[in-house]
Design a protein around this ligand. Structure first.
Ligand code: V47
Length: 359
């Protein structure tokens, strides 16, 4: 019997879209390097050797969260719990003020689902960050947070989005997608909005001209079929909206959470998942290897397995470091450029919309 990868390669050469079954084949096939070669070819067709990163700052204003996602090591249920924190807005603003000499282009905010803060906390947060640095792009609040705000403050998802946009929201990050398939989502993230609502919030964002990202949390209890299903759901939406600009496979980290008995996904699983993402999610231009999640070494290799983006300098990440990531807490642009260059690729600093930045 002929190798199924020949059939997949022929489809890619003919510009034909891969099917659900092709995706599952790619996950089960023993020849990881061949899959990497196919993914790298698609990567180079679109981006050559270019590898994007941005000068960004990650802020998590509160870890108080009413959700009890099994994979999460960051959330604390109640304001009084040990390690629970909620920054005052001044504390959040000080984080940005402290970096006034850095040519940051983006602030990425992700929070717990806090039950007691007023909606004005979030609008004032955006207004205040913009007042300090009007030129900075605010990529804030996952679709799960938007849905939570709508339920808590008795608004529609669209009203929440419009109010946040009026306060300065520029785009949505991809967090909260986890795995869309209900079997897994209900087990690991049962308090989060379902896949349809996640997608309808992103669709709305796309309809008003906003670009967004989308993630996939892999390496826990999901099957390969459920990973491929997740990718195809993203692809289907983007056929209509063209608003997803980056697909970000996120490797599960098992420390300090309810799934701690599971092993972390292997480096080869990470490379394969990135490669399959490049091949299956053919209409999202950028496949991001978030170096905090993959580890720096694997991120470097992934640049030959389909990834063309590394996220950015990050600087204040908590979600992964509380779950066992041993990557540095921050990287300078010089360190990112060096790691890309020694991996044999060309670093390009970008803004959130993938425009090249020249200083
Ligand atoms: O949704 C939480 C994940 C996400 C764990 O849009 C975990 O550019 C692994 O979405 N092990 C938040 N993953 C971070 C995120 C993100 C990161 C970088 C760039 C962008 C972007 C978005 O972190 C959550 C969840 O999927 N996560 N806990 C864990 N133990």
């Amino acid at each position: 019997m002929s190798d199924p990868l020949h059939h997949i390669e022929a489809k890619l050469e003919a510009g034909e879209r891969l099917s659900f079954d092709d995706g599952v084949t790619l996950f089960n096939h023993p020849d990881l390097h061949e899959i990497g070669r196919l993914a790298n070819r698609e990567r180079e067709k679109r981006h050559g050797a270019t590898t994007y990163y941005n000068y960004n700052l990650r802020l998590e204003a509160t870890n108080v969260c009413v959700a009890s996602c099994m994979f999460c090591s960051f959330a604390r249920l109640k304001p009084g719990d040990a390690d629970a924190y909620t920054m005052t807005l001044e504390q959040v603003f000080d984080k940005l003020r402290a970096r006034k000499d850095q040519p940051l282009t983006e602030v990425h905010v992700v929070n717990g689902l806090h039950p007691d803060l007023p909606f004005s906390y979030y609008t004032d947060l955006l207004i205040g960050l913009k007042a300090i640095r009007p030129e900075i792009h605010l990529k804030c609040f996952t679709a799960v947070e938007i849905a939570f705000f709508a339920d808590l403050y008795k608004m529609t998802d669209e009203q929440v989005m419009r109010e946040l946009m009026a306060a300065g929201l520029d785009s949505l990050p991809g967090g909260g997608a986890e795995i869309f398939a209900p079997r897994v989502r209900l087990k690991i993230a049962h308090d989060k909005c379902d896949a349809d609502r996640y997608m309808s919030i992103h669709r709305f964002a796309h309809s008003v001209g906003m670009k967004t990202n989308v993630t996939m949390l892999y390496g826990h209890i999901e099957t390969f079929e459920e990973r491929v299903d997740h990718m195809i759901r993203v692809r289907d939406v983007n056929d209509e909206t063209h608003g997803f600009q980056a697909f970000i496979p996120l490797a599960f980290h098992p420390d300090n959470n309810q799934l701690r008995k599971l092993p972390a996904p292997s480096a080869s699983d990470t490379l394969r998942t990135i490669a399959v993402s490049r091949l299956m999610v053919d209409n999202v231009p950028h496949i991001k290897a978030f170096w905090v999640a993959t580890g720096v070494d694997v991120a470097q290799i992934s640049l030959w397995y389909g990834a063309n983006d590394l996220d950015g300098t990050v600087q204040e990440e908590k979600i992964y470091h509380m779950a066992g990531s041993r990557t540095p807490l921050a990287m300078t642009p010089e360190a990112i450029e060096r790691l890309v260059t020694i991996a044999g690729r060309e670093p390009v600093e970008r803004d959130t919309f993938y425009n090249r930045i020249t200083h």
